[in-house]
Design a protein around this ligand. Structure first.
Ligand SMILES: [Cu+2]
Length: 644
């Protein structure tokens, strides 16, 4: 039961309704739930996160006033093969709801992932397959558990399944991805923790390379002198709990098991007026489809957020390595399988970076230059999803631009080839080692609030004016705005050759020039999936077929492939919600931007991949009456380390 001391600790913990749950709050939520007679002792906890309060409640929160704290819990009863959702009031000490979610297959937990590896390593059929490949040490086999997606058999009905991909560490410190164990796969029920079947498609020898990349395996290049970032007076941001202030920016940081980093209440202080821009921003799905059609290889299409969650995969960041300068770290607190809280130290990094020049003009007549340096505030978190790293960055700039960037690195996923064999579906990156073609699709959910909740979205394109009386010199081009009035009209693709982008305006607020205030979403490099429309991948992740979706805000619409993509037959999330074709004009709207990164691996991506980047920008367009960064003070030569 909950002690008085716990309750006191809980009361002290949260200072704002959007603060992530503390360990004391997680512990209390789990003990309240465990005391409920409907909750069996066999229940496994998938996630215990903040049940975010409604917008109105956040808006009316005042410092020093009490507010309710609730946990949203996803759990599963493995003996029943049933997923449950609960809402627990931490402040009132009661279970507000506990309900089975029909048909849902909960995401794979870290504990299940580890248990699956132990189980498969010990399986006699799997060990026989290893012996056929000359592998005598099952403990040196890395067993990855992949969501089975739409590939379960009819006889698997009701089961919660993963299938496995395996790699071999020839020596304990080796890179396992250098030695893919080809053709040996187990299918595991992770509810029962039983091996359902082992399939052996035939032996392909292990590739000969080691793929090692650690410092002790490489002779360092010479000539690099120290490069230090100095901020002798400290950083220019202020942190109060989870709230951040930097120049005119104000926002709150959040974190949860599924999405990792979340930004709340992003606003800009403009001459004493706090002007909201984004109510909530996060990456809500990440799908990695592979292009190799061979058995099992064609099943590789991880939904890293919906099938696992990337918060649980966050790294503990290291000063001077992951980020440099004056750093403020935030810890992430999550719950394990038993609901026990644990902390990922330094899961979120906050720091400033110099970012070249912000603006400049040299007036030749006056022989005078005005120049200002740009800097950005960086909020970041890095997750490791098996072989791959995803480093997520939100950037805030001095000119009121916001950018989202993901840096992709880590190790490309490999398959073994016969000697001299090549493939249309990947690049040979080392002898007998194929790195398969694949893509990464991120869905970024932006609950916009440009100067308030009621916003509209225009598609903006540039068009050439037909030759004729209106265009006598043939030079004319104009920018054309098309209002996107409904959800169906707002399912859009990028079009770089017409400079297409999307402008979110508040039609009820004008700038001094009489224009509606706005922020534009500017795409960068992007791509579409190559999987067929009728493939199980696209059925499950239909959101990937459009770069932009706009929906009216609805509290339950959080994830673009639905709440439980694991083993889902498909159609959930954005494709389903937008069938209603709701109006999206002058209302509370959510933008969903699909960001695709296309990856035809290079030999240079082996054995560890130099960072590849993908991202987009949100830039003010008429949000201000002019350049908002005139007041950035000039830098002095000594600040830049120059000679005078
Ligand atoms: Cu990649």
């Amino acid at each position: 039961m909950v002690s008085q001391q716990d309750a006191a600790e809980v009361a002290r913990a949260a200072r704002h309704p959007l603060d992530p749950l503390s360990s004391a709050e997680i512990r209390r939520a789990v003990s309240i739930l465990a005391a409920d007679e409907r909750v069996t002792g066999a229940v496994r906890f998938v996630s215990v996160s903040l049940h975010e309060p409604p917008k109105s409640e956040v808006a009316s929160a005042r410092p020093g006033q009490a507010f309710r704290r609730e946990a949203f819990v996803v759990a599963l009863e493995p003996r029943e093969h049933v997923t449950y959702e609960a809402v627990v009031s931490i402040t009132a000490g009661c279970v507000l709801s506990w309900r089975p979610v029909p048909g849902a297959r909960a995401p794979v937990t870290l504990d299940e992932y580890a248990a699956c590896e132990r189980l498969v390593r010990a399986d006699p059929g799997f060990r026989a397959g290893l012996r056929r490949r000359g592998i005598e040490h099952p403990d040196q086999v890395l067993v990855e558990a992949w969501g089975i997606g739409g590939f379960a058999r009819a006889e698997d009905e009701g089961r919660r399944l993963v299938w496995t991909l395996c790699f071999y560490r020839a020596s304990p410190g080796d890179n396992p991805y250098a030695k893919p164990i080809q053709g040996l796969h187990a299918v595991v029920d992770i509810d029962d923790m039983t091996v359902v079947r082992v399939e052996d498609l035939g032996v392909v020898p292990l590739p000969p390379g080691t793929g090692n990349y650690t410092a002790d395996s490489v002779t360092p290049r010479a000539g690099l002198k120290p490069l230090e970032v100095r901020q002798p007076e400290g950083a220019s941001f202020q942190v109060d709990g989870w709230e951040v202030r930097w120049q005119n920016w104000r926002f709150r940081i959040g974190f949860n098991a599924r999405e990792a980093l979340v930004l709340h209440a992003v606003a800009y202080a403009d001459n004493g007026r706090l002007r909201p821009v984004i109510h909530r921003a996060s990456v809500t799905e990440l799908v990695v489809p592979y292009g190799d059609p061979r058995p099992f290889q064609g099943w590789r299409n991880a939904f890293d957020i919906g099938e696992y969650g990337i918060g649980i995969l966050a790294n503990s960041l290291a000063l001077g390595c992951d980020c440099v300068g004056e750093i403020r770290y935030f810890d992430a607190v999550l719950a394990d399988d038993r609901g026990e809280p644990y902390t990922i130290r330094n899961a979120i990094c906050l720091h400033e970076e110099d970012h070249g020049i912000l603006w400049k003009h040299f007036d030749a007549g006056l022989d005078h230059a005005e120049v200002r340096r740009n800097r950005r505030l960086v909020v970041s978190s890095i997750v490791t999803a098996g072989n791959y790293e995803y480093a997520f960055y939100w950037y805030f700039y001095a000119d009121a631009t916001v950018e989202m960037e993901v840096k992709l690195t880590g190790i490309v996923l490999t398959a073994a080839l016969g000697s001299g064999e090549v493939s249309d579906y990947g690049t040979v990156v080392a002898p007998q080692t194929l790195a398969s073609h694949h893509q990464h699709f991120f869905s970024v959910r932006l609950d916009m609030a440009v100067d308030g909740d009621r916003n509209s979205v225009y598609e903006v394109e540039t068009e050439r004016v037909p030759a004729g009386p209106e265009n006598p010199y043939g030079n004319a081009f104009r920018s054309r705005r098309t209002l996107l009035r409904t959800e169906s009209e707002a399912q859009r693709l990028i079009s770089p050759l017409t400079a297409r982008h999307w402008l979110v305006v508040n039609p009820n607020v004008s700038n001094a020039l009489g224009q509606p205030v706005g922020y534009k979403l500017v795409p960068e490099s992007n791509v579409l999936p190559f999987a067929h429309e009728e493939s199980s991948l696209i059925r499950r992740g239909g959101f990937m077929t459009r770069h932009l979706w706009v929906t009216p805000f609805a509290a339950g619409e959080r994830f673009p492939a639905g709440e439980y993509p694991n083993q889902h037959p498909g159609g959930a999330g954005l494709p389903e919600w937008t069938k209603a074709d709701r109006p999206i004009e002058n209302t509370d709207i959510v933008l969903w931007y699909t960001l695709g990164s296309h990856h035809i691996p290079r030999p240079e991506d082996w054995p560890v991949m130099p960072v590849e980047r993908a991202g987009f920008a949100l830039k003010p367009f008429g949000f201000f009456d002019g350049n908002p960064s005139l007041d950035v003070p000039p830098s002095h030569a000594h600040e830049t380390g120059g000679q005078g």
